[in-house]
Design a protein around this ligand. Structure first.
Ligand SMILES: [Zn+2]
Length: 144
């Protein structure tokens, strides 16, 4: 949530993600960085690429990605290709879609599919009601 807020304050979209090892260590974290013009600078994508470079396949499988918003299809595919483990998301793609409509935010150029539509065996927990409301508020601040 703090990373998502940091992204928003930096002029990026409010998304943040943390990669945690099986033993609880934070391995890598990032936030959305699309304001520079590269729309692929999503934190979940950055985490997948970092994991491919720095972790063994077994370490990747045992790791968990905690994220403010469920992965988009690009990030879900990257997550699946590098073999990362469980995902825990504060808010879902379905919620983001409804907030986008409700707040009049620009729609994504990529189909809003759930992670399991891209990676059928993915383990995804969430959304969390309380955290999702905080994510909704962050998205509403994109208007100001
Ligand atoms: Zn993404």
């Amino acid at each position: 949530m703090d990373l998502a807020e940091r992204a928003l304050v930096s002029g990026d979209e409010p998304f943040g993600s943390v990669l945690v090892a099986a033993d609880g260590r934070v391995l890598h974290k990032d936030h959305n960085r699309v304001s520079g013009g590269d729309a692929t600078r999503h934190p979940e994508f950055a985490i997948a690429r970092w994991a491919a470079e720095h972790l063994t396949p077994a370490e990747r499988t045992a790791a968990t990605v905690y994220t403010s918003g469920e992965h988009c299809p690009m990030c879900a595919a990257a997550h699946g290709w590098v073999g990362l483990g469980r995902t825990v998301c504060a808010s879902s793609t379905e919620q983001l879609l409804s907030w986008t409509a409700e707040l009049g935010l620009p729609t994504a150029p990529v189909a809003p599919l759930p992670v399991t539509a891209i990676v059928p065996d993915a383990v995804v927990d969430g959304p969390d009601e309380v955290l999702a409301e905080r994510v909704r508020v962050l998205h509403s601040r994109r208007l100001h």
